[in-house]
Design a protein around this ligand. Structure first.
Ligand SMILES: Cc1cc2nc3c(=O)[nH]c(=O)nc-3n(C[C@H](O)[C@H](O)[C@H](O)COP(=O)(O)OP(=O)(O)OC[C@H]3O[C@@H](n4cnc5c(N)ncnc54)[C@H](O)[C@@H]3O)c2cc1C
Length: 506
C-alpha cells in the first residue's frame, strides 16, 4: 500500500487522479481557448531550436514528470517534456507555445504539495531543474546569483566558506529548487526570525508567456525605481512567467542557537505559551509545535528521545543577538512562561547533539506520519493554514471538535511562532466512508482557518487544490485585480491554466 499525501477531495468520493475538485477544464479558462489536447501539433520545429534532446516525447518519461507530491491532485496527459538547459530553451518553448496556444507548466523539482506543477492535458512541461548553476556569490553586495534549478541546500553549502547564509529552509531544503521556492514563496522552520523567500529576493530574470525576457527588482541594496514587480512573481506559482535567474540576498552565517523543549498535558497551554512568548519582545530563531499524535508517531518511527504521553511539545531555539548571554536569557524567559502556562516539563540545552536530535525529530514527522498512514489505510491529507498567533488556543479547541465530529484522526504539527499549522488528516483510502469523513474534516479545517482570521495557505500554495478556497479568501475587487494582472502578463492564458486563479470571478 502506498501513502497518499494530498489536499481535499470531494466528500463522498474515492479520490483518484481525475475526479479531484477544482480541476479546471479548458472551458473554465477565461482567456482565449487553448489548443485542444486532441489536436496534433508538430513539435519538430520546436525541437530543432532547443538544446540537443531537450524535448522529450517518451510517454513514460512525461508521465513520470507529470505530478508533484500532492497525490490526489488531477494529473493530465501533457504532449511533451522540455528539459530546459538555458534561457534560450525557455524562451523558444514559450514563443512556440504562445503561437500555438499550448498550455505550459513550469516545473522545478516537483516537491510541491498543491498540484501546481502537475501536468495538464495537451501541455508542454517546462522543467528548469537542469539549469542548476550558482552563477556568482558576491561577498561585497552579499548576494548570490543562481539559476532556478539550484537546490536550496546546494546554495547553503556553497555559502559556508564565505561565512554567509541564505536562511529560508523549507522542510524540503535538500530536494526543492530555488526557482520552485521563489514561485511558492517557500517558508520553513527558521522563518519566525529570518522570514520567508520573498524577504531575500532582490532581482529576478523572468521569461514571460510570449517568450520575452525581463529583469525585475533592484540591482542594489536599496532601490525604489518603479513598481515592485519582483514581488509579484514571488508566490505566483508559475502563472505569470518562468523564473530563469534569481539574485538572493544573504546574511552573515547564523550563530548557533540554544534549544529548549516544553511538554504539556493540554495543547491549549502550549498555544498560550506561544502567544505570551511571542508578545514578550523575544524573537526565537525557531518555535515549532507537535501534538500528542505526532509525538506518538515519531516515537513509533524512531528513537529521538521524545517522551511518551505528552499532549503537546514546543521546540524552541534562540540565538539571541549572537551572544550566549542573550540566548540564555531568551530561553530562561521561555521556561518561565511555559511553566506558568502549565508545562509539565521544560528542558534547556546548549549541547549541539541534543539540539540536532530534536530538530531531526521535528524533521522526521512527515515520514513518521507516512508510516502511520501506511499501516492504517494509506490516506493522509496535509493542510497548511496560517492563523493569527492569538487564535491558536481556539484553533486547537476547534481541531479537537472537528476530529470528534467527523470521527477522524488528526495529527497537528506547525511552525508555531508564525501561526502556520499543518493539520494532517489520516484516513483509509479504501473505505469511501473514511474518505468522506476525512474530506469533511479537511473542509472544516479550512473554514476554521478563515473564520479565525487566518489564510488558507501559509506556505504550500494554492495550486490546483485550493482554488475554490482562494476565491473565498479574496474579496471581489482583489479577485478582479488578480485576473487583470494575469491577463496583462499572459494574454492567451497559456501559463499553468487551471492552477491557482482558476476559480476567481471577474
Ligand atoms: C517533505 C516536504 C517538506 C516540505 N516542507 C515545506 C516547508 O517547510 N515550507 C514550504 O514552503 N514548502 C514545503 N514543501 C513544499 C515544496 O517543497 C515547496 O513548495 C517548494 O518550494 C517547491 O519547489 P520545487 O522545486 O519542488 O517546485 P515544483 O514543485 O516543481 O513547483 C512548485 C510550483 O512552482 C512553479 N515553478 C517551479 N519552478 C518555477 C520557475 N522556475 N519559474 C516559475 N514557476 C516555477 C510550478 O509551476 C509550481 O506551481 C515541502 C514539500 C515536501 C515534499
Amino acid at each position: 500500500m502506498t501513502t497518499h499525501q494530498a489536499h481535499a477531495v470531494p466528500s463522498g468520493t474515492v479520490p483518484n487522479a481525475t475526479d479531484a475538485p477544482n480541476a479546471l477544464n479548458a472551458t473554465d479558462v477565461p482567456t482565449p481557448p487553448l489548443t485542444s489536447a486532441d489536436v496534433a501539433v508538430d513539435l519538430a520545429p520546436l525541437a530543432a531550436v532547443l538544446s540537443d534532446r531537450a524535448l522529450v516525447d517518451d510517454l513514460d518519461v512525461i508521465a513520470a514528470h507529470s505530478k508533484d507530491r500532492a497525490v490526489f491532485a488531477p494529473i493530465g496527459a501533457p504532449r511533451a517534456l522540455i528539459r530546459a538547459r538555458n534561457v534560450s530553451d525557455v524562451q523558444e518553448t514559450l514563443r512556440f507555445a504562445h503561437e500555438h496556444r499550448l498550455p505550459v507548466i513550469p516545473q522545478g523539482a516537483l516537491t510541491g504539495l498543491s498540484g501546481g506543477a502537475n501536468g495538464v492535458d495537451g501541455a508542454l512541461l517546462l522543467n528548469v531543474a537542469g539549469m542548476d548553476r550558482i552563477v556568482d556569490i558576491d561577498t561585497v553586495e552579499q548576494t548570490a546569483t543562481v539559476e532556478p534549478g539550484v537546490l536550496n541546500r546546494a546554495l547553503k553549502d556553497a555559502l559556508v566558506e564565505h561565512g554567509l547564509s541564505y536562511p529560508p529552509d523549507p522542510g524540503s531544503v535538500d530536494i526543492s529548487t530555488l526557482g520552485g521556492n521563489v514561485a511558492t514563496n517557500a517558508g520553513g522552520l527558521c522563518c519566525v526570525k529570518y522570514g520567508v523567500t520573498k524577504d531575500y529576493v532582490r532581482r529576478l530574470t523572468v521569461v514571460l508567456a510570449d517568450g520575452s525576457l525581463t529583469t525585475v527588482g533592484r540591482p542594489t541594496a536599496k532601490g525604489v525605481a518603479g513598481l515592485d514587480l519582483a514581488s509579484l512573481f514571488v508566490g505566483s506559482e508559475g502563472t505569470l512567467g518562468v523564473v530563469v535567474e534569481i539574485v538572493v540576498e544573504l546574511i552573515p552565517a547564523i550563530p548557533d542557537p540554544l534549544t529548549g523543549v516544553a511538554l504539556f498535558d493540554d495543547i491549549r497551554d502550549a498555544a498560550r505559551t506561544i502567544t505570551e512568548f511571542m508578545s514578550s519582545g523575544v524573537t526565537p530563531s525557531m518555535l515549532e509545535i507537535l501534538d500528542g499524535t505526532s509525538i506518538a508517531c515519531i516515537n513509533d518511527y524512531g528513537d529521538f528521545g521524545l517522551p511518551e504521553g505528552a499532549a503537546a511539545m514546543l521546540l524552541v531555539q534562540s540565538n539571541g543577538d549572537g551572544s550566549l548571554e542573550r540566548a540564555t536569557a531568551d530561553l530562561t524567559l521561555f521556561e518561565r512562561i511555559a511553566a506558568g502556562q502549565g508545562a509539565t516539563e521544560v528542558t534547556i540545552s546548549d549541547d549541539p547533539d541534543d539540539s540536532e536530535m530534536f530538530i531531526a525529530a521535528r524533521r522526521s514527522v512527515g515520514h513518521a506520519l507516512e508510516k502511520y498512514a501506511m499501516a492504517h489505510g494509506g490516506g493522509e491529507l496535509v493542510d497548511d493554514v496560517c492563523l493569527p498567533r492569538k487564535s491558536l488556543a481556539e484553533f486547537f479547541t476547534r481541531m479537537q471538535a472537528i476530529a470528534d465530529e467527523h470521527d477522524v484522526m488528526l495529527a497537528v504539527v506547525g511552525h508555531a511562532g508564525d501561526g502556520n499549522m499543518h493539520p494532517n488528516v489520516l484516513f483509509d483510502v479504501q473505505d469511501p466512508a473514511s474518505v468522506a469523513r476525512a474530506n469533511a474534516a479537511f473542509e472544516a479545517i479550512m473554514a476554521t482557518g478563515l473564520e479565525l482570521g487566518g489564510t488558507i495557505t501559509g506556505e504550500h500554495g494554492v495550486g490546483v487544490l485550493k482554488q475554490r478556497w482562494l476565491a473565498q479568501e479574496l474579496d471581489p475587487v482583489a479577485q478582479r485585480l488578480h485576473l487583470a494582472i494575469k491577463r496583462e502578463f499572459d494574454s492567451r492564458g497559456i501559463l499553468s491554466p487551471g492552477k491557482m486563479l482558476g476559480a476567481l470571478a471577474e
